[in-house]
Each structure stands twice: as structure tokens, then as C-alpha cells.
Design a protein around this ligand. Structure first.
Ligand code: MIC
Ligand code: SF4
Length: 648
């Protein structure tokens, strides 16, 4: 029986577990990436493990999220990350060099290699045939130390493309179509593997847009084959030497199959407030807009920017619209400057932002009250833009640019003939903003620069014998990490200070939660399905840990967040019968008797007593050998320390 591409790469990297669907498997990680908003914690954790030099083939630390320096905090974090990188063998991409996923694709990604990154959009690397997975900072720290990364052997979905995109229809429309079919829950536990004749018609940046937003499907990752097109891209990046051909066997067997005819796709938008709330432009109609933001790791490539410049040429941004553009990397920005496209954008009235995440993570450009904002980004969760009642639509760069001129949502197909946009034969290459690490023999002399905002990892303790706690919060379905641990310009600077950032935990849902949880000392959170979707931020687990949350009981979890809870030593529980969700109210006293012993003895169905309602509720605690030991130890850091002491 033939193998899928995913299976081939996973099999090549298997270091632990049996290659059986649904099993937990450990894979060797070749490359890691971090960004600054999750990086400080990841490097504090790495330091706590005590491994002098990273053991990966390539580890890169990017500064791209917290680039708004409205106080000392972010700048201090950048210096801390820079110094840790230098000491421990990590490449450091300086602020201004671009968004981690864009730069990694350009300069470091290698087909057939494994990459984990402390950012949920790491699957962008799937655009050149990598198995690239988003993970919590602790998992990345462990991988840098040479440890395996554990995933559930995924189901593999074949998405077969036929046909080719019509003029002015974009890769963004393709992934919006996939989101329409699968929804934000449809990818959980799965890898999305793209194949078919239609793949050949898509360039690497287009493929990367599609794998990037696989994160919004909840998928473990997404991957394209590595073919001639991949080679062209790598050649243009002067990296043809890392190319190899990779594809699934003809007789590979998949768990699910979806067929999409690219020729039938039309321009679309993800409407507020979810990436799977898809409508076609026709269905929405010529809605008046207030803002357009072009950029983010989904749509900020050179090709995207050239299309935007073409549409803006000789025009003026509509008087009622604010247009901002953030090219994805220094390479992209520099090329636009050299070929004159930047001047076209400036001339049209675009507000040019630095090459960073910017508005995508609420770092500036929040829309006006009730403002309608078209964004080429990947997430439109409520409040993420910084304006609570902002109406965010996710669209392609072509649609965004055309609408910014018209002042209303505009079908880019009305622009007339589309010229052929070609990948350049040579990108402008200058890696002077990537600082290599100090040689091993000089590492001792590198001083770590620690600012006053950098506080240690919160205190953990081994799992209690019995958990006896109040339900401090009850929330509904599809809770995102932006609800649990909001970001934005005010809160992001606190990413290395868990006591301070915890004061914002869940405040989007309930202003009083942090204070209540602290007062209770220990508590349990109850939620609905797809709890924790979105970001990889482990702060969404570390803040609850700091506030005394001992367990989270929900209908279902999003993958990375569940792993982050386990890593923080918080018990992840699910209802055996989803209807039991109604049997718990906020403030109820909940007891899990002898939970430690039950978990040690391998029991997965536990009994939760709701003392306030005098009921018993069966709950599932599905932990494997390793995750069980992590929870018992009080989290991954304690577990790893235990393991390292055993080895000594
Ligand atoms: C995001 O898009 O939400 C982020 C900010 O990039 C996060 C990481 C973070 O919270 O720092 C992600 O996607 O993992
Ligand atoms: Fe940055 Fe936005 Fe991409 Fe997250 S989704 S990495 S915030 S650009």
C-alpha cells in the first residue's frame, strides 16, 4: 500500500510510538521557530531546562509581533531574545526583517523537513512541502533541547484540485472555500494534503496562503508536494540546493477526500466574527467600508504586493477609507522599493507599515466604532482588531485593493483583464538582518540581557490527590485564545510577566474573572466545544495556571490549547455526555475524588461530583503514558527536569 506525503515525512522522523492512526507518536524536529510574543517564555523555559546549545538543524528567533514600543517592555524582550539566541545557537531575525512565517519560507524552509513553531500559523511551511506544526512555547523549548515532539498520528485528508483559478480569483478564495466546506472544527486531528493537476497552477506563495490558513480549520498542519514550482521558488531564493521532489504515492490511501475545481471558485469573504462564516462577494453586495488592511503572514508576499500595486496604480484611496499596507518581509519591502511599486502605493495614499504582524494582532490600526474593515489576514475573532464592535471581513489582497479605491466591497473581477503576475527569477537577497549565533567556544562570554518586565515561569505543583474546587467561569462554544488571553498593544507587552498579564485573562467574557479566580485560590473552568481555538499562545494556559485553575472541563478542545493545558499541568477534561454541560453552573462546587490515583491507574473515565447540585457527572480524561506523566508531575517543565535528572 502506498504512502501519503505526510506519512512519508512522519515515518522518516518517527522516534517514539507505533505508526498507528490515533496513537501518540514522537517525531524528531529538524527546525524550530519562535516569535517574540511567545518567544520570551519559550526561551525562559529553554533556559530552565539547562541545555547549553540547541540540538536542531536550524532554530530561528523572530521579532515581528510586539514591535510597537510604547514602553520599555517590548524592547527589553527583544534584547533578551537576541542575547539568548546568540548564546544558545539560534539565528536571530531582527525587528524589521519581517513576519516569521514569510521570512522562514523565503530563507530557511526545506522540503521534507519537520518544523515546529511557537505560533499557530507555522503550517505556512507546508507550502514548500514541510511538515510544519504550530505548538506551545514549551514544546518548542523541548524540541530545541533535542526532545521529540508528540502528536496524535493524524487522519489525512486529500484535497484534490482540478482546473485553474479564474483571473482575479485568489489563493485566499481557495482556502475560504475549504473553510466553508470543513469549518473551523473540520481539521481537528487531521493533516490536509493538497494534490491534483490544479496544484501545478499555484505558485509557492499561493500555496503558503492556503497552508497558513489551515490553522483556521483546526488542522494539525497542511502540506503541498514539493515539485518544479517549489524548485523555481527556491532557485529564486538562491537555495535550489535544499530542494528535493516529494509527493504522495499514486496508490496512497487517505481517510477523507475532497475535490475542488479551482475554475469554479469565486471571490469570497469570511464575515464577522469567524473565519468560516463565508459568503461570496455577490451575496454580500457593495457594502460600504471604512478600512482596508493588507498584509499578515497569510497575504504579504511579493506577488500579493505586486497585484495590489497594479490595482492602486494612478488611483486614490477612497476618501472614506483608510488603507494600510504591511509588506511581509524586508525582502518584499526592499523589492517593492527597488521596482517602484512602493511609490505607486504611497502615491495612491496607502499608509505603509513596517514589515511585521501589526494590525493582525491588534498592534495599531484598530478600526473606528462599528467600523467595517476588510483585511487580508486569517482571523476575525470578535475584539481581536482592538475595536470590540469592529466588523472584520477576511478577503484576498486583490479584493481589498479594489475595494479601497471604490469605498465599497468590490468584486476584483470588475477590474478587467488581469496581466500575468510572475514570480521573479531572482529575489533580492540580503540576510544582514539575521544575526547568526556566537560560535560554541564563545558562548560563555555572551551575557543574557534580562529586563525588569521578565518574570519567572509561574509556580507549578504535582497533581493533587483530590481536586475540590469551585467552577469559577462557565463559557460557551468556540471560545478562542483571544477570549482567554487577549492580545493587542496594551496587553502584548506583558507576555513575559505572567502575574501582570493574568489580570486580563478572560476579561473579554467576564471582567471579574481574574480577581474571582485569585480569590478562590483554586477553581475549574467549564466550556463548550472547540475550546481554545486559534493561537498557540501558552499564556492562555499559563495565566489560568497562575490564577489557580486546576482543570478545564469542556465538550471538546482545540489541539494546541489542549497540549498547552497539559504542559502547564492543568487537567483537560471532556464531558462523556455533552448534555451534562447544562448540569453545572458558575459558582458550583465540583469534586474529583482521588483523581491522582485514578490517573496513575490509567482510568480515563472519572466521576465529577457537583456538590452544589447533588449530581454525579462522568468526565473523560484521556491521557497517554507521556501526557499522563506530564500532568502528574505538574507540567512539562517539571516532567522534563525529572527526565533530565534521570539521565544524569
Ligand atoms: C496570532 O495570530 O494569534 C498569534 C499572535 O500569532 C499567535 C501567537 C501568539 O499569541 O503570540 C498564534 O497564532 O499562535
Ligand atoms: Fe502575526 Fe497575524 Fe500571522 Fe499571527 S496571524 S503570525 S499575528 S501576522
Amino acid at each position: 500500500m502506498g504512502l501519503t506525503l505526510t506519512e512519508k515525512i512522519l515515518k522518516n522522523h518517527l522516534v517514539d510510538g507505533d505508526f498507528v492512526k490515533g496513537n501518540e507518536i514522537g517525531i524528531k524536529i529538524d527546525q524550530t521557530l519562535t516569535q517574540d510574543a511567545t518567544g520570551t517564555m519559550a526561551y525562559l523555559e529553554y533556559e530552565a531546562m539547562g541545555v547549553p546549545r540547541v540540538k536542531t538543524e536550524r532554530s530561528v528567533a523572530y521579532i515581528d509581533h510586539n514591535t510597537l514600543q510604547s514602553g520599555f517592555e517590548n524592547a527589553d524582550d527583544h534584547r533578551f531574545i537576541g542575547s539568548v539566541a546568540k548564546k544558545h545557537g539560534i539565528y536571530f531575525s531582527r525587528p524589521g526583517n519581517g513576519i516569521c512565517h514569510q521570512v522562514h519560507l523565503e530563507r530557511f524552509g526545506v522540503p521534507g523537513k519537520t518544523l515546529i513553531g511557537s505560533d499557530s500559523h507555522t503550517p505556512t511551511g507546508g507550502g514548500i512541502g514541510m511538515i510544519a506544526i504550530g505548538a506551545g512555547g514549551l514544546d518548542v523549548a523541548v524540541a530545541m533541547g533535542g526532545g521529540a515532539y508528540y502528536i496524535t498520528y493524524p487522519k489525512i485528508v486529500k484535497v484534490e484540485f482540478t482546473g485553474r483559478l479564474s483571473p482575479w480569483v485568489a489563493a485566499k478564495d481557495v482556502i475560504l472555500e475549504v473553510l466553508k466546506i470543513l469549518t473551523v472544527k473540520g481539521g481537528v486531528g487531521k493533516v490536509i494534503e493538497y494534490c491534483g493537476e490544479g496544484v501545478k497552477t499555484l505558485s509557492v506563495p499561493e500555496r503558503a496562503t492556503i497552508t497558513n490558513m489551515g490553522a483556521e480549520l483546526g488542522a494539525t498542519t497542511s502540506i503541498f508536494p514539493s515539485d518544479e514550482t517549489t524548485l523555481e521558488f527556491l532557485k529564486a531564493q538562491n537555495r535550489a540546493d535544499v530542494w528535493k521532489e516529494l509527493k504522495a504515492d499514486d496508490d496512497a490511501v487517505y481517510d477523507e477526500e475532497i475535490k475542488i475545481n479551482l475554475s469554479e471558485i469565486v471571490p469570497m469573504a469570511a464575515c464577522p466574527h469567524s473565519p468560516d462564516n463565508i459568503k461570496t462577494v455577490d451575496e454580500i453586495g457593495p457594502m460600504k467600508i471604512d478600512q482596508v488592511c493588507i498584509g499578515s503572514c497569510t497575504n504579504s508576499s511579493f506577488m500579493d504586493m505586486m497585484k495590489v500595486a497594479y490595482i492602486l496604480k494612478g488611483k486614490t484611496v477612497h476618501p472614506d477609507v483608510s488603507l494600510s499596507i504591511a509588506p511581509g518581509s524586508k525582502q518584499v519591502l526592499n523589492m517593492l522599493a527597488q521596482n517602484g511599486a512602493l511609490s505607486v502605493m504611497i502615491d495612491a495614499g496607502a499608509r505603509i507599515l513596517e514589515s511585521a504582524c501589526g494590525p493582525c494582532i491588534g498592534m495599531g490600526q484598530s478600526p473606528n466604532s462599528k467600523g467595517v474593515s476588510l483585511r487580508t489576514f486569517n482571523r476575525n475573532f470578535e475584539g481581536r482588531s482592538g475595536t470590540k464592535d469592529g466588523q472584520i471581513y477576511l478577503v484576498s489582497p486583490e479584493l481589498a485593493a479594489a475595494s479601497s479605491i471604490a469605498g465599497v466591497l468590490t468584486d476584483p473581477r470588475t477590474l478587467g483583464d488581469m496581466p500575468e503576475f510572475k514570480l521573479p527569477e531572482k529575489f533580492v537577497i540580503n540576510d544582514n538582518m539575521i544575526v547568526p549565533p556566537a560560535p560554541a567556544e564563545e558562548m560563555d562570554s555572551v551575557e543574557i540581557l534580562r529586563g525588569p518586565n521578565i518574570k519567572p515561569f509561574p509556580k507549578t505543583s504535582p497533581l493533587d490527590d483530590t481536586i475540590d474546587a469551585i467552577c469559577s467561569l462557565k463559557v460557551g462554544d468556540n471560545i478562542t485564545t483571544d477570549h482567554i488571553m487577549p492580545a493587542g498593544a496594551k496587553i502584548l507587552p506583558l507576555r513575559s510577566n505572567i502575574p501582570a498579564i493574568s489580570k486580563h485573562c478572560f476579561t473579554v467574557c467576564d471582567e471579574e474573572f481574574p480577581e474571582r479566580a485569585l480569590r478562590l485560590g483554586k477553581s475549574i473552568i467549564v466550556g463548550g466545544s472547540n475550546y481554545g481555538q486559534g493561537s498557540s499562545r501558552e499564556h492562555a494556559a499559563l495565566a489560568p495556571l497562575y490564577l489557580g485553575v486546576k482543570a478545564v472541563l469542556v465538550k471538546s478542545f482545540a489541539r494546541i490549547h489542549r497540549a498547552n493545558l497539559i504542559n502547564a499541568g492543568i487537567l483537560p477534561l471532556t464531558f462523556v455526555n455533552e448534555s451534562d454541560y447544562d448540569k453545572i453552573g458558575q459558582g458550583d462546587k465540583l469534586i474529583l475524588k482521588n483523581v491522582r490515583q485514578d490517573i496513575i491507574s490509567g482510568k480515563s473515565e472519572l466521576k465529577l461530583i457537583n456538590e452544589s447540585k447533588n449530581t454525579e457527572i462522568p468526565v473523560l480524561c484521556e491521557l497517554s503514558g507521556r501526557t499522563k506523566d506530564i500532568v502528574l508531575a505538574g507540567g512539562l517543565l517539571d516532567y522534563t527536569r525529572e527526565q533530565l535528572t534521570k539521565q544524569d
